[in-house]
Ligand binder design. Structure first.
Ligand SMILES: [Zn+2]
Ligand SMILES: [Zn+2]
Length: 341
């Protein structure tokens, strides 16, 4: 992947250096600050009519997975950072949703390669030759879009709980007890996938990004990297988050009441959402898609913290060996027990 802008000193190509957080020129080594817009990362109030901002961008499209990949002004992409295939071509569409903010890469490519090798060597059942192959990794620095929500809720539930009292003679009496409970809670950094082209499970695995480090979005951060455009509508994300919380709260309230009372009548539960703010943020991921014996595996590395996760092939012989070992141990124990009795 190439994604360069020109150096003002010598015309050489610049890229973003995760170690220094500056732009560096490949030819003369000159360093330059990232051109950031003066506004701080926006946190917008959520409205059901919100439409994302689109801007003209240099965009590529992958024929295999359909990912739309955004690079800086002079950038080129040869490999899809989302699926790993060499099936990208310049896109006819040039409109991209602009992120509100970006968490820049802190982990360099060489550090990411080292982390990948360490990760492979700690896979329990990975075939031995995978560790050799790990040196040939193809790492792509990808900014993954996420929707980030912050909100407060007021959760109120009411019911008539029936209490059962039994006296010493065995007579039971039932008493109605009105219940009305109100709880307030705050949620921050509730993250959801902004793109269907990444494994969200893997992003969550390597997660915990420090959102206090979000910078105002600038395409300078993309120099040497690529960004994935969003294809998940913010309103469907909001609807899913709220309906999940509403049904969770209902379930918890019901369980509590049913645990406390003999019978529960007139149950009512409402969750109100307040101060809903959100933003659309790019988070950094080193993605490595590799093939082992014809099958695709994925490894993601958190570009801010280095936390690594993914899937790896399992060696038939190693699992088989362990199973035989366990069976052998079991046989020995059974033998010992028989010998003892
Ligand atoms: Zn230069
Ligand atoms: Zn692709």
């Amino acid at each position: 992947m190439q994604n360069f802008s020109k150096c003002p000193n010598c015309g050489g190509e610049e890229y973003f250096n995760p170690e220094t957080g500056m732009l560096v020129c490949e030819r003369c080594g000159g360093t330059f600050p990232v051109n950031e817009p003066s506004t701080q990362p926006t946190k917008r109030e959520y409205t059901p009519t919100f439409q994302p901002n689109n801007v003209e961008s240099n965009q590529y499209e992958c024929a295999t997975c359909g990912a739309k990949i955004v690079v800086g002004s002079n950038g080129e992409v040869h490999r899809c950072a989302s699926c790993g295939n060499r099936t990208v071509k310049k896109s006819d569409t040039t409109l991209t949703s602009t992120p509100d903010g970006i968490i820049p890469f802190c982990i360099t490519k060489s550090r990411a390669a080292e982390l990948f090798r360490n990760w492979v060597s700690t896979r329990k059942f990975a075939p031995s030759d995978l560790k050799q192959m790990a040196k040939l990794e193809k790492l792509s620095g990808l900014y993954v879009p996420v929707w980030n929500f912050n909100f407060d809720i007021t959760w109120r539930y009411s019911a008539i709980g029936v209490k059962k009292y039994t006296d010493d003679d065995g007579y039971s009496e039932y008493r109605d007890c009105p219940v009305d409970k109100v709880k307030d809670a705050s949620f921050s950094n509730v993250l959801r996938a902004g793109s269907s082209k990444v494994s969200w499970r893997l992003v969550e695995d390597i997660g915990n990004y420090d959102f206090s480090k979000v910078r105002p979005y600038s395409t300078d951060y993309l120099l040497g990297f690529a960004g994935l455009d969003t294809d998940i509508d913010v309103h469907s994300v909001y609807d899913k988050i709220t309906s999940d919380i509403i049904s969770d709260n209902e379930r918890v309230a019901k369980n509590r009441l049913e645990g406390e009372y003999f019978e529960v009548n007139n149950f009512n539960c409402r969750t109100r959402f307040r101060n809903v703010i959100f933003n659309y943020t790019y988070v950094p991921v080193w993605a490595n898609h590799y093939t082992y014996k014809g099958k695709r595996y994925h490894c993601y590395i958190n570009g801010q913290t280095g936390k690594t996760g993914g899937s790896a092939p399992k060696s038939f012989w190693k699992i088989g060996g362990l199973t035989l070992g366990i069976l052998g141990t079991l046989a020995a124990i059974v033998g010992l027990v028989f010998w003892l009795i």
